[in-house]
Design a protein around this ligand. Structure first.
Ligand code: SF4
Length: 215
């Protein structure tokens, strides 16, 4: 199957089965999504959702968070991965929103990437989910699943390479959705250690399945 046909099959399947995919992080506004995405690095959305209600209740705005001390904020975050760094990042991010962005989450990727704790992936998630921009955020699920499906080449080494190959073939309108489709598929079906191929609906165009199940 040609690469373009794989992309077409991928988009057709999910556009029908999951037309409006959403992030599984809980949030009510751009500030809360930014906090949640920073916290979700190397951590599950489920775990972030367990701690975020208390965090959002007690630090409901960039201003409130910026006024917190490390010692005040750390207890809210201590049960997730890398709590020291994430506490520092959240404080730095909130202070920059107050000092340089008039309390608003910026809309462009370069501006977002200036915020502490915000790398290319996080900036693309915010840009895509909040501002509806055609930005592809590549996390571990997107990286793995897009390679297994054969949407990107097997020798793609970095998230940036994967991102470039994906956006080259996915129509702009579907880029944000495709990010969620790949994440959700990786989280629930195409698991890292043991993909659930027998119950997967993508076997007809999956390169991994073709290779290891002899189609
Ligand atoms: S067929 Fe298997 S390897 Fe391919 S996407 Fe589905 S679960 Fe993943």
């Amino acid at each position: 199957m040609r690469k373009q046909e794989r992309f077409q099959a991928f988009i057709t399947h999910f556009a029908e089965s999951k037309p409006e995919p959403q992030t599984e992080l809980h949030y009510r506004n751009p500030y809360e999504l930014l906090v949640a995405v920073i916290l979700s690095a190397q951590c599950t959305d489920k775990r972030v959702n367990m701690i975020s209600p208390a965090l959002f209740r007690d630090f409901p705005s960039p201003e409130a968070l910026a006024a917190a001390s490390f010692e005040e904020l750390f207890p809210y975050i201590k049960s997730i991965s890398y709590p020291n760094n994430k506490t520092k990042h959240l404080l730095g991010m909130a202070r920059m929103l107050v000092d340089e962005f008039n309390l608003e989450v910026p809309s462009t990727v370069p501006e977002l990437q200036r915020l502490p704790g915000v790398g290319r992936k996080t900036a693309h998630v915010i840009s895509s989910v909040v501002f509806n921009q055609p930005a592809m955020a590549v996390d571990t699920h997107v990286f793995r699943v897009s390679k297994r499906l054969g949407l990107v080449t097997q020798n793609a080494k970095t998230p940036l390479e994967v991102e470039k190959q994906l956006v080259k073939h996915i129509p702009q309108h579907y880029i944000g959705k495709a990010h969620h489709w790949l994440i959700l598929h990786g989280r629930y079906v195409c698991l890292a250690r043991k993909p659930k191929c027998p119950e997967c609906e993508l076997t007809h165009f999956c390169r991994y399945f073709e290779k290891y199940h002899g189609l």
